[in-house]
Design a binder for this molecule. Structure first.
Ligand code: PGA
Length: 247
């Protein structure tokens, strides 16, 4: 099971980040999960330096630009150089700040070019009884993967994150049965874009209101390969509980 801890901007103090990394290193030794930590960009280098544990690091985003005269950007090359192995791309909070499907596709290519494994975030803002939201989810996947080669597509993990669940408490998360349906749907879309082997191997994870109280049921009954966790990953106690629940 893959657990990606998206600290967002919850952690604003490097010392707090170091404490969480120490806790995660302890956990990864004792438990069976793969843990990916996504700290805020300014902390990435300091936290990833000298890391020899099984923990790996992600950047929460990469720039759409490739370097040069671009003040304030965090390019894929910088993030890789600072120690990231994964890149979260297309998070709804970045999409809300202006990332279109085209920008997400460009970022995905930049990440792959720098050997970062992309975690492509997709998900609908709301559901409708006719299932129109499924077309939007499909479009997010198709627009992001189509520009890539077959081989590159095989490196992308999908994080299904319905916007209506993000940042809420466990009661508002998706139900395991509904998640199982979404995982199947996403796998069907992937099977149209990837070779059969890559489509079967592709990781589909879930994010949105994942907490210690619901992670086990979501893991057991839905067929997901892991979770992208926001608020519950930025606190040592709840992160420890999360990992215990799925190990
Ligand atoms: P949440 O966020 O766990 O706080 O709902 C998940 C995410 O946005 O990645």
């Amino acid at each position: 099971m893959l657990i990606v801890a998206n600290w967002k901007a919850y952690i604003e103090d490097l010392k707090k980040g170091k404490e969480l990394v120490t806790a995660a290193k302890r956990l990864v030794r004792a438990q069976k999960c793969d843990i990916v930590l996504a700290p805020p960009a300014p902390f990435l280098g300091a936290l990833a330096a000298g890391n020899t544990s099984k923990i790996v690091f992600a950047t929460q985003d990469v720039s759409a630009t490739l370097g040069g005269a671009a003040t304030g950007e965090n390019t894929a090359a910088m993030c890789a150089s600072a120690g990231a192995q994964y890149a979260i791309i297309g998070h709804s909070e970045r999409r809300a700040a202006g990332d279109s499907n085209e920008i997400v596709a460009a970022k995905l290519s930049h990440a792959i070019a720098r050997n970062l494994s992309p975690i492509l975030c997709i998900g609908e803002a709301q559901r409708d009884s006719e299932g129109r939201y499924l077309a939007g989810v499909r479009e997010q996947i198709v627009s992001a993967l189509t520009p890539l080669t077959q081989k590159e597509r095989g490196h992308v993990s999908i994080a299904y994150e319905p916007l209506w669940a993000i940042g809420k408490s466990a009661d508002n998360a998706i139900r395991p049965h509904d998640l199982a349906e979404m995982v199947l749907y996403i796998r069907k879309v992937l099977s149209e874009l990837l070779s059969g082997k890559d489509a079967r191997a592709a990781r589909v994870i879930y994010g949105g209101a994942v907490e210690p109280s619901n992670i086990r049921d979501l893991a057991r009954e839905s067929g997901v390969d892991g979770f992208l966790v926001g608020h519950a990953s930025a606190d040592e106690h709840s992160f420890t509980e999360l990992i215990r629940q799925v190990s």
